[in-house]
Ligand binder design. Structure first.
Ligand code: ITT
Length: 205
């Protein structure tokens, strides 16, 4: 089955390929499928935005003229960091928090600053991910996953991307950016959502 991923985020795409490797899916990014779209993610939920992205790319593939791409299933990932002490922010605005072009060293430092004085469970946070699938016949599926932790007192680790250096995982005694990519993919929001989606695709198709 050909799967086209509706993401322009190269770090997500790398993780998606790692998680789906060895399976019987022919995976490509929207860029590799020749689709260049600026999608307005204007929903207020991860599920809503994942569906907006997947539907937009599905429509673009229909218009592409390629018979192979017309039959592809489009998948999209919408994800973000939810911090309890900030009322769930940045949440669906994770990529846009402090501006899309602001570096994650600055965004992460600002989050740590906003949590100053908070300890233990007051620092609870999690990554959430919703994967949406849109089929050529219009059917839609969604699957979700979450990755629980607390906001670290200081950023740590060089692996991963985005907010990984500030999500501290008490069970592992390290941040998400200190896990290897293999370890992160096994327990992450994205790993869990994709595992669920794989099962749905296998039973649906
Ligand atoms: P696409 O919409 O093109 O997929 P995006 O980066 O804009 O790419 P989102 O709108 O889903 O994606 O925003 C997700 C943001 O949440 C992402 O840019 C990171 O800042 C953060 N994020 C999501 N998953 C993460 C992870 O595994 N580790 C660290 N940060 C993550």
């Amino acid at each position: 089955m050909k799967l086209v991923f509706a993401t322009g985020n190269l770090n997500k795409m790398r993780e998606i390929r790692e998680i789906m490797s060895g399976l019987d899916f022919d995976i490509c990014s929207m860029k590799e499928a020749g689709i260049d779209l600026d999608i307005d993610e204007n929903a207020e939920t991860f599920e809503g935005n994942a569906l907006i992205k997947a539907r937009a790319v599905r429509n673009a593939l229909d218009a592409s003229g390629s018979e192979e791409l017309k039959k592809a299933v489009v998948l999209a990932d919408d994800s973000g960091l939810e911090i309890d002490a900030l009322g769930g922010a940045p949440g669906v605005y994770s990529a846009r928090f402090m501006g899309e072009d602001t570096g994650y060293d600055i965004k992460n430092a600002e989050i740590i600053k906003r949590l100053s004085g908070k300890t233990g469970k007051q620092r609870a946070a999690r990554f959430r991910c919703v994967i949406a699938a849109v089929f050529p016949d219009g059917r839609e599926l969604t699957a979700s996953g979450c990755f629980e932790g607390v906001i670290a007192n200081a950023p740590g680790g060089e692996n991963g991307f985005g907010y990984d250096p500030i999500l501290f995982l008490p069970e592992y005694g390290m941040t998400a950016a200190q896990l290897s990519s293999e370890e992160k993919n096994k327990i992450s929001h994205r790993g869990k959502a994709l595992f669920e989606m794989r099962k749905l695709l296998e039973t649906t198709c």
